[in-house]
Ligand binder design. Structure first.
Ligand SMILES: [Zn+2]
Length: 337
């Protein structure tokens, strides 16, 4: 189905839009004993039907064949053995799977394409443009922590990609961090980026790690949104006072033992900013990864596949509509909707 048709379908009635899911594979996570490491579009659709989700933003996993797995180093290395630039194969395969393998389900997917702001930006921009002319594309996504690239590179080295987003009016979802040893996806950098680019719609993933100054500032910006992706496991991190979420003095004040009350409180505090997204299949996070100083992080966080959508279901109708439909449409298509 064409992009305009899917847009009309979304506008025609109140539906549930999940703004954050992944399909594809991550060989790196698999080889490092990580979970999850894969999800097919067909399996995502089965989950969506089971859970009452009408449309999902889908992106590839965070891995690309362009990055080399090196057991002996925490630094990312690259290789052109399989492809010429980041996410060449992953973006192509995502769109092929959604449109050419499963055309009967394709209107359920709102594909966002992955990019690396720091490496081979011209080649990436040309490819993203080519793909977006062939297939419906609804936005861009980057997860700079995993590829050790700085968000702000998008304004310098990565400018061809930013120019493309502007030209095609594509919103951008950014993985976020507050971890002191993760300078690559700082939630502060993200909200400042949104402020400098009022014509680009920005989504800060993972509830901006509950960082109140960032949530407050995002709330003041019409073009800046925050998604709830992997919400329950982030609440668990807050209960543990993990460095993966904001420190207590800077954390949005809520009872993190009760994720439902936190979801509601965020939606009430920031009524036009919050977007519901599940991060399927990353409702689990069992992974090993390196921080900037070369320390290996070993995490085990669990959340069953139904739990995220159950929180949404239990919200008052008006709030559910805001965070699963109205705000999500505004993020995807802008004020015209
Ligand atoms: Zn994600």
């Amino acid at each position: 189905m064409k992009r305009e048709k899917i847009k009309e379908l979304l506008k025609s009635k109140d539906v549930v839009i999940d703004v954050h899911t992944h399909i594809g594979i991550s060989p790196k996570f698999f080889y490092q004993f990580g979970y999850p490491y894969a999800l097919s579009f067909e399996d995502l659709v089965i989950r969506m039907e089971l859970l009452g989700i009408d449309h999902s933003v889908v992106f590839p996993f965070v891995d690309s064949a362009f990055y080399e797995i090196d057991r002996n180093s925490s630094k990312i290395k690259t290789t052109t053995r399989f492809c010429d630039f980041p996410y060449e194969l992953e973006n192509r395969n995502l769109l092929n799977e959604v449109n050419d393998i499963f055309p009967k389900f394709s209107s359920k997917a709102l594909p966002f394409l992955m990019f690396d702001p720091s490496r081979e930006p011209d080649k990436q921009a040309a490819h993203l443009e080519k793909l977006s002319e062939k297939y419906p594309v609804f936005g861009l996504k980057t997860a700079t922590t995993y590829i050790q690239a700085f968000v702000n590179d998008l304004e310098t080295k990565g400018k061809p990609i930013l120019d493309l987003a502007r030209e095609k009016q594509l919103p951008i979802t950014f993985h976020s961090s507050v971890h002191p040893e993760d300078p690559w996806a700082s939630a502060y950098d993200l909200v400042d980026f949104a402020e400098r680019h009022p014509d680009i719609r920005v989504c800060i993933a993972h509830s901006a790690r509950f960082l109140k100054p960032v949530l407050d500032k995002a709330n003041e910006l019409d073009n800046c949104f925050v998604d709830y992706s992997a919400f329950i496991i982030h609440c668990k991190l807050a209960v543990q006072n993990s460095s993966g979420v904001a420190t207590k003095d800077l954390r949005f004040d809520a009872d993190y033992n009760d994720p439902f009350s936190v979801m509601l409180k965020l939606a009430e505090a920031y009524p036009n900013t919050m977007l519901w997204g599940s991060d399927t299949p990353f409702n689990y996070w069992i992974q090993k990864y390196y921080t900037a100083d070369g320390i290996l992080n070993d995490d085990r966080l669990e959340c069953g596949y139904k739990e995220e959508s159950q929180l949404l279901e239990n919200l008052p109708n008006e709030i559910k509509t805001k965070i699963a439909y109205t705000n999500n449409l505004r993020f995807l298509f802008g004020e015209e909707v």
